[in-house]
Design a protein around this ligand. Structure first.
Ligand code: TAP
Length: 489
């Protein structure tokens, strides 16, 4: 245990609340079914490398079956159902998520590696909040500003990443269902388990068969969903590279598409900021969820005259972070999600050193088994460095400096991405001045990584297009958004 850390007895959350099956089929047409043409793969705990379960790798025939089930449910039950009745199902799902919150949180931490403190206090409460929020919209769509009689799109094909597995599922499924669509969703290869537990919750809620279909698998399964002719709308969250491939594949088809992609957010600290709070915000911005956050504050821009002080306080704070067992309630930073992601973080960190930046890692003992990376910062970073330009998607912070607000804006916007940004200052006028100029979908002021179902989220530039969350999030799942579009439809 390093100096500065309090000694705590281990406080592990019990795994006994989770009833893991040894293998899982696909959830199609309201039932768990075996694959027609796919294979099985294993999902492991990234903290221990223990195999948790075998999961089905859906092939094209399975995807076709799922899309057909979704179409039938859309035509026969869910599309014609009144918004009021759809809302009841969504409220029921939201309540079941709350009832089974502990089970979901433990399973998420097991499969993903994130600290139980975060899955219990952030992920799962937000998942329930999303279902409650969109349940409320289901019978009010005609007042949402999308025309007098907005219609669902049809069958939505949804592909999500591994960093917030159940939360990304909620961002996709809750608005889609509220608007009257049915869905085929693929969770990420490394984190399928909470999506499969969600399928059980759909059964428990008596959701009509085929409204939600969960097909597990890798990239090829995602591609089969995206390319399926029976899919009317593609919703994707993931890397910019795969997002571009998806945009190319749906171009020229009838499909609507929304893309939530990567980021390289600037977190800008001015000299008049309350520095202790700013340091908390910096730590939360980059070490929350091991930095596996698309809107992570991975580029810290500090005003030059407070640079030494901020750096000093930041290192002191980082030395108190507890890295280790995700199921321990005292853990601040859990495991890296996969061996592949760990390699990517390690490689980019080596590139940072090779290009001349100075590396410092928090003193901590990393467990022997599993995938781990100590919270790390780089100083002496210039805008040309790869670690200042590329998304690392791990607990690695690049620190740059600036002198004037104009320089801060110029550096913050000097990125192909534009998902989020943070501003730390005590001047309200400066916050507004910065927010006007930062080319980012979300700008946080004197806070970071705050999410709420009522608030839209999405990117500029290569961070994607379309918004999720809030009233704006409905637009992606409704046709005839305005009278002109209605006339064309
Ligand atoms: P990706 O490799 O892009 O994977 C995302 C999802 O797409 C996974 O389910 C993946 O399956 C699937 N996929 C892979 N290749 C595909 C293809 N050719 N066609 C269709 N689907 C395909 O990203 P990732 O590594 O999981 O996630 C990290 C990235 O997501 C980061 O760049 C991060 O910034 C971004 N992200 C963005 C947001 C928002 S809201 N903007 C939120 C979270 C994450 P497999 O898992 O089986 O490979």
């Amino acid at each position: 245990m390093s100096a500065g850390k309090f000694e705590y007895a281990p406080a592990p959350e019990s795994r006994s609340v989770v009833d893991l099956r040894s293998s899982y089929g696909l959830f199609v047409g309201g039932e768990f079914v075996p694959t027609a043409d796919g294979r099985m793969f294993k999902t492991v705990s990234p903290a221990t490398e223990e195999v948790l379960a075998e999961v089905t790798e859906a092939g094209t025939e399975d995807v076709d079956r799922a899309v057909r089930a979704a179409r039938t449910a859309f035509d026969s039950v869910w599309g014609p159902m009144s918004g009021r009745d759809r809302g009841k199902f969504l409220f029921r799902i939201a309540r079941l998520i709350q009832e089974r919150a502990r089970e979901l949180a433990v399973l998420e931490s097991l499969d993903n590696g994130k600290p139980i403190r975060e899955s219990r206090d952030v992920d799962i409460p937000l998942v329930a909040a999303h279902f409650f929020y969109y349940a409320g919209w289901a019978d009010k769509l005609e007042y949402a500003g999308f025309g007098a009689d907005p219609r669902p799109v049809g069958v939505a094909g949804q592909v999500i990443p591994w960093n917030f597995p159940l939360l990304m599922l909620a961002w996709k499924i809750a608005p889609a269902l509220a608007c009257g669509n049915t869905v085929v969703l693929k969770p990420a290869e490394t984190t399928p388990l909470t999506a499969l537990l969600f399928a059980e919750i759909c059964q428990q809620a008596d959701l009509p068969p085929g409204v939600v279909n969960i097909v597990t698998g890798a990239g090829a399964t995602g591609q089969a969903i995206v390319e399926h002719e029976g899919v009317d709308k593609v919703a994707f969250t993931g890397s910019t590279e795969v997002g571009k491939a998806i945009a190319r594949s749906v171009a020229g088809t009838h499909k609507l598409v929304t893309l939530e992609l990567g980021g390289k957010a600037a977190n800008v600290v001015f000299d008049d900021a309350p520095l202790d709070q700013a340091v908390e915000g910096i730590v939360n911005g980059i070490f929350f969820n091991q930095g596996h956050v698309c809107c992570a504050g991975s580029r810290l821009l500090v005003q030059e005259n407070v640079y030494d002080e901020v750096l000093d306080r930041l290192k002191r704070r980082m030395a108190t972070l507890r890295v280790g067992d995700p199921l321990d309630k005292n853990t601040d930073v859990g495991a890296i999600n996969s061996a592949e992601q760990l390699r990517r973080i390690a490689t980019l960190s080596e590139v940072g050193e090779a290009e001349g930046a100075e590396r410092w890692s928090a003193p901590c003992e990393l467990p022997d088994r599993g995938y781990w990376f100590a919270p790390t910062i780089f100083t002496g970073v210039t805008q040309a460095h790869r670690i200042a330009r590329e998304e690392i998607f791990g607990p690695v912070l690049s620190i740059l400096t600036f002198r004037t607000p104009a320089e801060a804006v110029e550096k913050a916007n000097n990125t192909p991405y534009g998902l989020s940004a943070g501003v730390w200052t005590e001047k309200g006028s400066r916050i507004l001045w910065m927010a006007d100029r930062l080319r980012a979908g979300v700008v946080w002021a004197n806070t970071f990584n705050r999410f709420d179902p009522t608030s839209p989220f999405g990117g500029y530039k290569e961070s994607g297009h379309g918004r999720e969350g809030g009233r704006h999030g409905l637009a992606a799942y409704l046709r005839a958004g305005n009278p002109k579009e209605a006339a064309r439809a």
